[in-house]
Structures are given as structure tokens and as C-alpha cells.
Design a protein around this ligand. Sequence first.
Ligand SMILES: Nc1ncnc2c1ncn2[C@@H]1O[C@H](COP(=O)(O)OP(=O)(O)OP(=O)(O)O)[C@@H](O)[C@H]1O
Ligand SMILES: [Mg+2]
Length: 347
Amino acid sequence: MMHASVEAVLNGLKVAVFMVDRDHQILFRNAASGQLFGVGLRGRKLDDFISSKKCLKAVDRVLAGKTQVSVDIKLQLVVPTSFSVTVVRMNPEAPLEDAKAIVSLEDVTHIREAEQMRSDFVANVSHELRSPLTALYGFIETLQGPAKDDANARERFLGLMETEAQRMARLIDDLLSLSKLQAAERVAPDDLVAIGPVLRRVIASLEPITEREKSTVLLELEESLPLVHGDLDELTQVFSNLIENAAKYGQAGTAIKVRAWVAENGLHVCVTDQGDGISPKHITRLTERFYRIDKGRSRSKGGTGLGLAIVKHILMRHRGTLEISSEPGVGSEFCVVLPVANLEELS
Ligand SMILES: Nc1ncnc2c1ncn2[C@@H]1O[C@H](COP(=O)(O)OP(=O)(O)OP(=O)(O)O)[C@@H](O)[C@H]1O
Ligand SMILES: [Mg+2]
């Protein structure tokens, strides 16, 4: 009933297309509709494939005389899938009893997910900035009022205000580095970096924190490690966050092991702590922005929850990987694998 070339065009579309009559009997469906909703003997009516009442109602409105109706629906296919559905009257000039409708369904799951992530992110950022700001307002009010002439209180409050201001500054720095990293993700860094000295420097610079947390860091470097292509500052940031986390979330008084060695698939650097460990349901989410297992604990240590998100993006840019393994009650291990620079290729 349809011209062969029209049928070929419809079959070439990624959008699922159904043509139905007044009883929702399918007169034509394109190839994409088969891929999305299955083919064959399951049924001949639209309702056998699409369970959404909202969508079927839109079809009825068009069959009752409307020229076009668009709706957004979510269907439970293999996974929950969001569709933007457009229903149009195929033959507006024909009498209503002969009305036919074209139903096209575009999979917009990725767009919806991205929209959701963006709005969650904005909500998170606002919330994270709002809490130090609220604290600052509180201190300002107290200093203007009850503690106006109290030199001791003034001293103490100014100290607390400085901590809150530092937290805001850190959050903004972290957000900026994340957005810079995301912009540069496609370009791999091409400086040559020696990991040994980076690790030594990071460990030295974290001494105030490891001392505060009463932990020691043991460095085990394999001899003559190869160079990696990388960005010195970014790799410093990676190991700094991993070792800092091990100190903050490890068990006070225990040792943190940092080992580096080379294997066939690249240069390995593993940071192992003897902390409480992390249960599997958290492990997969740790690199999400603002994800913290224990918000209060992380906040009391000055964390923003962006550290591992930054680590993930830096490693993506370096074509490296991060593997997290943990045994609750025993400790956690964060392993980075970086591709080794091929010096022969360079010369
Ligand atoms: N070694 C570890 N042991 C147990 N939990 C950890 C470990 N490393 C990270 N975590 C958990 O993962 C969360 C996210 O870590 P991440 O480094 O992204 O943020 P943060 O340390 O809280 O803040 P920031 O890195 O910005 O200071 C932490 O809040 C903590 O709950
Ligand atoms: Mg951290």
C-alpha cells in the first residue's frame, strides 16, 4: 500500500514509526520500530507494543480530529526508556471514519539523563556553596551583636570564618579544574613525567595531614620506572587526592602503602590503606561529583566530594584507569594504571 521508496526512507530512520487506523490496527511499521519494540506475532495493534496510556490517548485525539499531538513518555523496555512521541493525522482531508495516524517515537533517554544530571549538579553546587555562606552570615551577626566587645570570641569566630571562606575557595577551585579538565578531555597530555619524584613530592607535601591523622606513608618504588606521558600538575593532583583520602578515611595510627611498578598493561600505582573499607554499593559511585559516603565525616575533614571526580577526569585525559577494591573492615586500595611512554616512537 505504500510506495517502495517511501518505505525505504522510513526504514532508514532511527525514529520508530507506526501507521495505524481508527482501531489502532497497524497498517505499517518501520524497521526501527521492530528494533525497539520487537517484531512478529505479538500483535497487530499499537496497544500490543506500546503500553503507555498517555501515548494511546494522544493517538485517539488525532484520530478524533486533531492534526498533531506531542507527548513525552517513559516505557519499561529492556531498561526504562524515555520517548518523545509525535502523533500526526496522515490524511487530514479524508472523513474522520477513515482517519489514519502516524505515530513516531524518538528515544530521548540520553538527553533526559543529561538534563537530570545538569540540574542535580546545579542543585548540589548551590547547596555546597550555601552552607559555608550560611555559617559566615551567622558569625557576622554574632560579631555585630552579642560578641561585639568580646575579644576572645572575636578571635575564635574570625578563625572559624577563615575556615569557611577557605572551604568556599576550595570548592570553586575544584569546580574550575573540573570544567577545564572536561574541556581538555579529548587532548592527551604529551609531557614526559617521572612518577617516582612526583610521589615523593606529594608524600612530603601531605605531611601536615598525615601527621594530623597519625598515619605513616610507606613508599615502595620499583627500580628504574619508565616515564609516562602526562601533565605534572594533574598527576600530582591525582596522587595527592588518593593519598590524602587514605589518610583521612584510613585508620589513625596505621600505615598507608604507596607502591609503583610496571607491568605489561602500563605503570601501576596503588595506594592501600587500613581504614574501614568501602562497601560495593558505594564503590561504583565514588567518582561521581559530590558523592560522599559519610557527608559529616568528609565535611569535618574539609572535603568537597569532588576529589575523585577530578581524579577520574584527569585519568581519562591521560588514557589511564582507576580501579577501586576494598574489603570492609580491612581497608581499601585505589590503583591507577597509566600507559607507559614509548621513547623509541618519540625519537
Ligand atoms: N581510602 C578511602 N577509604 C574509605 N572511603 C574513602 C576513601 N577514599 C574516598 N572515600 C570516600 O569517597 C568519598 C569521595 O572522595 P573524594 O576524594 O571524591 O571527596 P572528599 O575526599 O570527600 O573531598 P575532597 O577530595 O574534595 O577533599 C569520600 O568522602 C569518602 O566517603
Ligand atoms: Mg578526597
